[in-house]
Design a protein around this ligand. Sequence first.
Ligand code: C2E
Ligand code: MG
Ligand code: MG
Ligand code: MG
Length: 288
Amino acid sequence: RAKAQGRGHVVEFDWTMDLEAQELMLLEHDLRSAIAGEELHLVYQPLAGTSTGIIAGCEALLRWEHPRLGNIAPDRFIDLAERSGLIVPIGEWVIRSAIAAAAKIDPGIRVAINVSPMQLRSPNLCAVFVNALAASGVAAERIEVEITESVLLADTEANLAVLQKLRALGLRISMDDFGTGYSSFSYLRKFDFDKLKIDKSFIDCLGQEDSSDAIVGAIIALARVLGMRTVAEGVETSAQLDLIRQLGCDEAQGYLFSRPIDLEALVALVGSAPAMQAIDRDAVIAPD
Ligand code: C2E
Ligand code: MG
Ligand code: MG
Ligand code: MG
């Protein structure tokens, strides 16, 4: 087992390990070579203004095309990358690639990058941003760093200091998946986030549960008082869009407008249609 976790490319099974652990170990081994190879790429999901449909920004999302297993979803490998420390080199590649992409996207469009807790602990993080911005000539204000509440759960003081440094570079800081953590609201006292992304789990229940509508309404009202922009994540129906618009949410991200798409498609979309059409999946599949 010790050998398998080392830096070598030999994978040795310990037959006392369960199947899942063996699978994870193989995946980790493959992820190491994925970084060196051409297997990782980014896709970009547009964010639209809720009242205009105009594209305000996009989020860079990592994809892994495994040579044998095909596409592996981030939910399956980001965790693994975190635990093995591979997220640091992978994350640096993500930052450089997304900022290089931003240079090809209309300067009115912001680009959001996910940064995980382990990356905040890397002493290189700020330099990676500085170098990528300098190399591409992209304004720091266009780049949004998305962190989750877990960043403020452990190593809080050190992580807050890193967030302050990133902010001092001109980057925007967003809280991702808001509402899924242990004490979400207390984190808002610790850092002055530019943007709050309301987790999809709340958006899913909109219009079906009075309590969800009330919670989302309260989050949006609170964000406004605190001077944060709001994004609803995972908007899939026009009913949800109507509700979040009425509740005062600034932007929507979800399949209703677009799935994550490649850079060329995003550039074409921004160029051709400043306002996106909402494609309501419920409406599409609803019987007539
Ligand atoms: P996230 O940052 O909350 O990203 C939003 C996720 O919701 C994306 O999943 C996106 O494809 C999905 N999504 C957007 N709209 C809809 C919708 O209408 N319906 C549904 N069902 N899903 C929607 P994805 O790309 O699979 O990424 C999952 C998570 O993996 C991300 O959640 C983020 O936490 C992490 N991740 C992705 N790329 C990176 C990266 O480059 N670095 C790090 N550290 N984490 C990443
Ligand atoms: Mg995100
Ligand atoms: Mg999110
Ligand atoms: Mg999420």
